[in-house]
Design a protein around this ligand. Structure first.
Ligand code: ADP
Ligand code: MG
Length: 349
């Protein structure tokens, strides 16, 4: 007997809208006590008692925000959730629920949507957030995903972008720049593949960078870490567009300036070696590359002792008076003005 190796392709029109929704949402479980009613009625019902509710939403469009040529659908589902949970974390709140809306063209078989929802389910389970609803509809072209994330926090814990003081320290979690370089590696492999479809990419030496791009994590742990250290961030933002751009946001909203120190930037060793291979400056990548989904925040100088030796956090600079401007202090001790360049800034060079 000849084995059929072609992956199964079931047309989504075979199931009908309601069959499709049931099929895709059957594995979602409710674990949050604040979820009174999830999927299955005209609307979900939530109860946050004395907490404040934090809401954020994002729209992801094929060809604009993701490219299915190197983004497996399972990773896309996972990442779509992460990106939204990161926004809740950036308010120093705890994510609790999400809604998931998708529009798909009939070029996608059921199996493709199953893969997408597998990634969504993985993320929902990993971060213990309930999927409480969404919408499923058709699109004329491509895939569109919209996620809304909901979270909760005590009013006095919430960190806004506008709370930084001119004497505060600037702190970042994890390391930065790797997700951008991971994308560069994947783009290069895609070009090689287009020329020679039989080529098999060997990505072992780029594993960390590629993982940072394809499978970022939301820093849901940071709120707990800061709470344990008895530190309340004075302002906070997540790094989606790149460090430089996020610093500008904090400074603008808080009406302060900033000195950022090049020698303090947390950069993974793999990023340094791959930057050498690509002949690109690792500081430029760390400052302008996006999609790390780490958290950037300010703390009072009085909290320095509490945070200085903590491996989760790196103090990368300090805020100043607004009139002093926003600068990078290089290793050679020269002062360069930081410019408002976000995502894609590197391509313009
Ligand atoms: P309505 O007609 O009110 O829009 P639907 O038939 O679209 O309701 O959805 C039925 C239920 O399934 C609702 O609870 C809705 O939130 C949920 N739902 C629909 N699509 C999705 C999806 N992609 N992910 C999660 N829940 C969904
Ligand atoms: Mg609907």
């Amino acid at each position: 007997m000849i084995e059929d190796k072609t992956p199964q392709k079931t047309s989504i029109s075979q199931l009908g809208e309601f069959g499709l929704i049931d099929h895709l949402t059957q594995h979602f479980q409710i674990t949050q006590s604040s979820t009174l009613k999830g999927i299955g009625d005209d609307a979900a019902i939530l109860d946050f008692k004395d907490k404040k509710v934090v809401v954020s939403t994002d729209l992801l469009i094929e060809g604009v925000h993701f490219d299915l040529a190197y983004m497996p659908l399972k990773h896309l589902g996972y990442k779509a959730i992460v990106v939204n949970l990161s926004d809740i974390c950036a308010m120093n709140a705890k994510p609790t629920q999400i809604t998931v809306s998708v529009a798909v063209s009939n070029r996608f078989p059921l199996e493709a949507l199953e893969e997408l929802f597998e990634g969504i389910t993985l993320a929902a389970n990993h971060y213990k957030v309930d999927v409480i609803g969404g919408d499923t509809t058709s699109s004329q072209k491509g895939l569109i995903i919209s996620i809304t994330a909901i979270g909760a926090a005590d009013e006095n814990e919430i960190a806004y972008r506008d709370g930084a003081q001119s004497t505060d320290l600037l702190v970042v979690t994890g390391d930065i720049g790797s997700a951008y370089m991971g994308l560069q590696v994947l783009e290069r492999e895609k070009q090689v593949f287009l020329v020679n479809p039989n080529s098999q990419p060997d990505l072992d030496q780029y594993a960390y960078l590629v993982e940072r791009q394809l499978r970022p994590e939301a820093r849901t742990d940071v709120k707990t870490l800061l709470h344990a250290l008895e530190i309340k961030p004075t302002s906070m933002i997540d790094i989606s567009d790149g460090l430089s751009s996020e610093i500008m946001h904090l400074c603008k909203k808080s009406k302060v300036g900033c000195n950022l120190y090049e020698d303090k930037l947390p950069i993974d060793p793999q990023l340094i070696s791959v930057c050498e291979e690509f002949n690109i400056d690792s500081t430029t990548v760390a400052i302008n590359g996006g999609e790390d989904y780490e958290l950037l925040f300010t703390i009072s100088i009085n909290d320095f002792e509490k945070i200085k030796a903590n491996p989760n956090f790196t103090i990368i600079g300090h805020m100043t008076q607004e009139s002093e401007g926003i600068h990078l202090i290089t290793r050679a001790n020269t002062k360069i003005e930081l410019r408002a360049r976000g995502w894609n800034a590197l391509e313009e060079e």
